[in-house]
Ligand binder design. Structure first.
Ligand SMILES: NC(=O)c1ccc[n+]([C@@H]2O[C@H](COP(=O)([O-])OP(=O)(O)OC[C@H]3O[C@@H](n4cnc5c(N)ncnc54)[C@H](OP(=O)(O)O)[C@@H]3O)[C@@H](O)[C@H]2O)c1
Length: 323
């Protein structure tokens, strides 16, 4: 990324750099797939992410997987040919990555499913933990057909929860139902405030904000937990200014809590979360969906970001970086 701009496409260029060998403590990885976070990328392009200080120029993209092609001195635990994933900012949108070995984790194979699990899967599992979702509770999930959402739906079902999946459009709704949601709300067809009225939500996990957040908060059960894990509606990174009763009023009498979730703050929990997800996947308990037909090459990252912003994608959006 060379400049701040309104869109990721205007902010980021594809550049060719010399391929350096790994220094002490580093490994070199040839990437095969990267995962795309269109909302975050756009906010970064606009320099609108409060918690990331961006010095230009910078590599962008967060998650990628590839094969180790060289190992620097002093590195233990990695060998040439290993399949690895990184989920650290700057490691995503590149064909080759040379960085500290600590920025990578081994994964069992070359399939893109491991990338989805180690990145978005970990976020989904830890967000659900953050909401302390328990068997028998009602869990409402926004953007339920998305990369994060479709895994949240399945993880909540595996925990024995009743799941309300909220998604825009009939096609996404059908997918969310297929993945096990008990109830699906198409908020393009019915206003979300109306669709959630009278429900008793124990755990809400929201990545959309705006009217979705308001409707969730208005319908929490006693002791409910509303997890704020994103705000796609606030793409500018500048929260919408609203006038209304303070949320103190909504949460106090019902003992509701509203809690922020930021996966990047929970690195200590990543290894256990990864292991749990890999076990579930190996046991055939997780159906990982990818947006179709998919994207290829670094040029494909621009299109993939725009696809996410179009709100037409479903499942995890990845780009094939294999030669
Ligand atoms: N807190 C964390 O640590 C963490 C970690 C990972 C991801 N996230 C957040 O989780 C969200 C989901 O990420 P993802 O990569 O899996 O994306 P995604 O859910 O696959 O795609 C975004 C979806 O959000 C919904 N949306 C609502 N308003 C939107 C808008 N104005 N622009 C774009 N999308 C909008 C759309 O679904 P509907 O039309 O169905 O509503 C869209 O398909 C993102 O907001 C991301 O920033 C947070």
């Amino acid at each position: 990324m060379e400049r701040f701009a309104a869109s990721f496409r205007e902010a980021a260029d594809i550049v060719t750099l010399e391929e350096l060998p790994p220094a002490v403590g580093e490994i070199a990885v040839r990437n095969s797939w990267c995962g795309v976070n269109g909302v975050f990328d756009t906010q970064i392009a606009r320099n609108a992410v409060d918690y990331v200080k961006v010095d230009l120029p910078t590599f962008t993209g967060v998650e990628a997987m590839g094969v180790v092609e060289a190992v620097g001195d002093g590195v233990a635990g990695f060998a040439v040919g290993d399949h690895v994933v990184t989920t650290r900012f700057g490691g995503g949108y590149r064909e080759r990555n040379v960085a500290s070995a600590g920025r990578f984790v081994p994964v069992p194979g070359p399939e893109r499913e491991w990338l989805a699990l180690a990145s978005t899967g970990v976020s989904a599992l830890l967000a659900l933990d953050h909401g302390e979702a328990k068997a028998g509770e009602t869990v409402a999930i926004s953007a339920a057909a998305g990369g994060l959402g479709h895994l949240l739906v399945q993880l909540a079902k595996l925990r024995g929860c009743q799941v309300i999946g909220i998604a825009g459009g009939a096609e996404k709704g059908a997918m969310v139902r297929e993945l096990g949601a008990d109830d699906v709300i198409d908020y393009h067809a019915v206003p979300i405030g109306e669709a959630l009225a009278g429900r008793k939500i124990d755990v809400a996990i929201d990545t959309v904000s705006g009217a979705v957040f308001d409707a969730m908060l208005a319908n929490m059960a006693d002791h409910g937990r509303l997890v704020v894990a994103g705000a796609a509606a606030d793409l500018e990174g500048k929260p919408e200014i609203v006038t209304g009763p303070r949320i103190a009023h909504s949460i106090y009498y019902r003992g509701v809590s509203v809690r922020g979730f930021m996966n990047g703050l929970l690195t200590a929990k990543w290894p256990a979360a990864r292991a749990a997800l890999f076990d579930l996947y190996r046991a055939g308990k997780l159906d990982i969906r990818f947006d179709q037909p998919g994207f290829a090459g670094l040029e494909g990252v621009y299109d993939a970001v725009e696809r996410l912003l179009s709100r037409h994608s479903s499942g995890k959006v990845v780009v094939d970086l294999r030669p």
